[in-house]
Design a protein around this ligand. Sequence first.
Ligand code: NAD
Length: 307
Amino acid sequence: MTIKTLGFIGIGNMGARMVPHIAATGIPIHIFDLNDEASKSLARSHNNIIVEESAAAVAKAADAVITMLPAGPDVNLCALGENGLVAGFSEGDILIDMSSSQPWMTVELSEALAAKGVDMIDAPVSGGTRGADAGTLTLMIGGGDEDVERCLPVLEPMAGHIFRTGKVGSGHALKTLNNLLSGLNTVAAAEALMIGTRFGLDPEVMCDVINESTGMNSSTKRNMKEHVISRKFGGGFAWDIKFKDYKIAMELARITQTPVPFSALGFQLYESANSWIGDTSDKQSIEWVRWYEHFVGSEIRKPANDC
Ligand code: NAD
């Protein structure tokens, strides 16, 4: 069954950048966000984007709906809550959850939807707002073969790499583990750069060398020079999302009864940073390093005579 009309719910930092790539294929896209202005502003740029007033209205208009919401509880509410997707879905429709959701919730939701004749796959993404802008996101897709095949035409326009990860929920499991590693990479990179800075090394030179050596990781490559040593602390990836992703990974470790002492210690450091940050609403994920600098009493900066 070809998807002729698409729904997209969650026109936030990611969704607003992902929808235009699908819209460029010409397919009609019915969108909804609790923030009505976000939807209206996106619809102004494409005449095949139609704003709806509820998730139910989106599901009624479309034969497949993508959700790009903060996390699993939001997807559940959107699907099963008042005026939710199930109120508008018909038998044979499909939900594609691209949010970074809790994998166990995805499995439960897919079962609840299956009881109503609605299919579900999970297709979380990596690559951030930059990858969303460029249409080069990495997708990790969990779900049955036929369901995934059916959805590929609306997923491919946003993607640089597409991986099949197994049954429904497996994409979300892999995504959360990627984010766990990403969180730990920041800890490892900050500690190494802090020692070097205190010894008198230039942290920029350290990054250049490490990035051509075996110690390289996503944080030494993408964060340290651009956001920490520059003192910009930007990045476009919200602290709240980073912390949420780490929490999901720790809960998955608990559910699978996996001892993770190193990850647990990292999580304690993230929890401490979260308390220290206070109002996290406008903070970026790299804020963890600012907390670490406060904790140790030094900053990761270029040596004074180089500034
Ligand atoms: P965001 O907070 O910018 O956007 C979420 C949007 O969902 C908001 O516009 C909000 O109004 C809307 N929303 C929330 N609940 C809703 C509901 N019940 N019905 C309709 N709309 C609702 O978040 P984001 O940065 O776009 O991230 C979305 C998802 O993508 C998250 O799961 C995140 O972990 C994941 N992700 C984000 C990035 C990134 O760089 N921002 C990268 C990879 C993955």
